[in-house]
Design a protein around this ligand. Structure first.
Ligand SMILES: C[S@@+](CC[C@H](N)C(=O)[O-])C[C@H]1O[C@@H](n2cnc3c(N)ncnc32)[C@H](O)[C@@H]1O
Length: 512
């Protein structure tokens, strides 16, 4: 890996997954078709990335003709031209083995480069074999030769994964999955998510070594992490295992920064040569598994009515599976969450299990959290083992398995609001609104227009016809109060003729 060398004199800024043509694989293994390349942005300056605000146009569903994403009641807080970009670029396509012009144009745009300035893009692919990988310590991974032993399955185990993995026989598991804490200062019940990075990776290397040991030959170990950490796992795992796939999970959520972070990696390695992937084989798969391996075509929306219509039209919306997954959303609604700060969506686990395992095989998740993996495994007739450090999360997972055994859907909607949260922003308690939040945001927008600037709290107090306490009580921040005032608002129907946004307006309201 080149990154450690590049980082010696440059600051790592951004890891972009760039969409490429479907199926540009270079290896001959039975592999997922490749559909992305990595574009790594480093800078000579040490501060955060300096770039312009770049928007991409909304796309429209070919069936209902509305925007691909359903903006629901939030249209007034979005810009009429398009959304901010994320770190997965699917709106442009390039061929890394031939033409990368579209990426160059995007980079020019992003960095506000005039057309006459040269942009030098360094193609590092040819350097791959020149620079050896460097390691801080002797790898703990060692090849084991002992035979396959049986393991007691369908269990959730409370404890530290290193202690528990140590008790599991070598070569006994068909699919190892890890969704570890990312060391990004999340609030877990029993885990300090703010280790020194050397300490973090030393710890990761230990459980990765154990997962390697307990995995059956020819089977897959999959680790979910942010791209930069996944690159470090890649370095470590490639010492003993065969690289299988770098799956980009485009886990899109709400715009929070000028480049929305939505790029997660599911890094897959096999122990020795991989077997033919069960999910690419198609033999003996049931309809549900086939469905989970049939991603939604790029532009199709998820509106229930439109999905129904497409089913009646004979599913024209299905595309072929690749290593770029864009159709699986994070859990968006509190009604689907339990008291755990970062649950995965069950559809992600469904796709992974359908791809890498067959019924009755054994899957293991050593960071089982609220049980997304083990519950999905049970639903899909896989045998499972789940390990979790926190007694509180372990109990939640146990309760959900009990529900499942009684025939209740553990991923179904609930009436309670979870008390824990993924981000630092406080969650509002459920309350009755005397005036809708949208009305209040549009009121602030109107005041801002009249004044010619984003209004201050005092100005809203002075000019609004609504009680100021509503603005204080219904929103998590003043930023949210001003969300509509900062932008133009959008329509989910295609704009026939786009209004030109005045320069003045762009300057005034350019904080979205
Ligand atoms: C990112 S979360 C996994 C969430 C899970 N995929 C889900 O959907 O619910 C990581 C989990 O690892 C657990 N954990 C942290 N350190 C651990 C350890 N040493 N052994 C076992 N679990 C650990 C945390 O308590 C947390 O629940």
């Amino acid at each position: 890996m080149l990154l450690p060398y590049l980082e010696k004199h440059n600051k790592f800024q951004l890891w972009v997954a760039l969409k490429t043509k479907h199926g540009t694989n270079t290896n001959q293994l039975p592999a997922l078709p490749e559909q992305h390349a990595s574009l790594i942005i480093l800078s000579r300056y040490k501060e955060s990335l300096k770039h312009t605000k770049t928007r991409i146009k909304y796309t429209y569903c070919p069936t209902c003709r509305k925007t691909t994403k359903d903006y629901g009641g939030k249209k007034h807080t979005y810009h009429e031209y398009g959304t901010l970009i994320s770190d997965v670029w699917r709106d442009i396509e390039c061929n890394p083995y031939d033409n990368i012009d579209s990426a160059i144009v995007r980079l020019r745009d992003l960095f506000g480069l005039d057309p006459f300035i040269n942009l030098y893009l360094v193609d590092m692919r040819k350097c791959k074999d020149i620079i050896p990988a460097s390691h801080e310590a002797e790898p703990a991974i060692k090849h084991e030769t002992s035979g396959i032993q049986s393991v007691q399955c369908n269990r959730l185990i409370a404890g530290d994964c290193l202690d528990v993995l140590n008790t599991i026989p070598t070569n006994s598991i068909d699919f190892c999955f890890a969704d570890p804490p990312y060391n990004l200062k999340k609030k877990y019940d029993k885990w300090d998510d703010a280790l020194e990075s050397v300490e973090y990776f030393r710890w990761c290397d230990k459980w990765l070594s154990e997962l390697y040991r307990i995995l059956k030959p020819g089977r897959t170990l999959a680790v979910l992490n942010i791209p930069l950490w996944a690159a470090r796992h890649y370095q470590f795992l490639s010492l003993a295992m065969d690289y299988q796939a770098w799956i980009v999970w485009d886990a899109i959520s709400f715009p929070v920064r000028m480049i929305m972070p939505s790029h997660y990696v599911i890094l897959c390695f096999s122990k020795g040569s991989p077997r033919q992937l069960p999910g690419l084989d198609n033999n003996g798969m049931n309809e549900k598994e086939k469905e989970s391996l049939s991603p939604l075509g790029e532009l199709y929306c998820c509106r229930a009515g439109c999905i129904d219509l497409r089913r009646r039209l004979g599913n024209p919306d299905i595309s072929a599976i690749s290593d770029l997954w864009h159709d699986i959303h994070r859990l968006k609604h509190n009604s689907r969450r339990v008291d755990h700060p970062c649950q995965l969506p069950p559809s992600l686990m469904r796709r992974l299990f359908a791809l890498f395992t067959k019924p009755d095989e054994i899957v293991l998740d050593c960071f089982n959290g609220a049980g997304t993996s083990t519950l999905t495994a049970q639903q899909m007739s896989r045998r499972y083992l789940g390990i979790e450090l926190s007694a509180q999360y372990h109990e939640i997972a146990l309760r959900r398995h009990e529900l499942l055994s009684k025939g209740v859907d553990p991923f179904g909607k609930q009436n309670t609001i979870p008390s824990v949260k993924n981000s630092q922003v406080q969650r509002m308690s459920k309350q009755k609104y005397h005036v809708s939040k949208k009305t209040l945001q549009l009121e602030v927008k109107k005041i801002g227009k009249d004044l010619g600037h984003l209004p201050t709290k005092d100005e809203v107090k002075q000019y609004s016809k609504y009680l100021f306490s509503y603005f204080e009580e219904y929103f998590v921040s003043w930023g949210e109060v001003c969300a509509a005032a900062r932008t133009t608002g959008m329509s989910e129907n295609p704009l026939i003729e786009k209004k030109q946004v005045s320069i003045k307006q762009m300057n005034l309201f350019s904080m979205e």
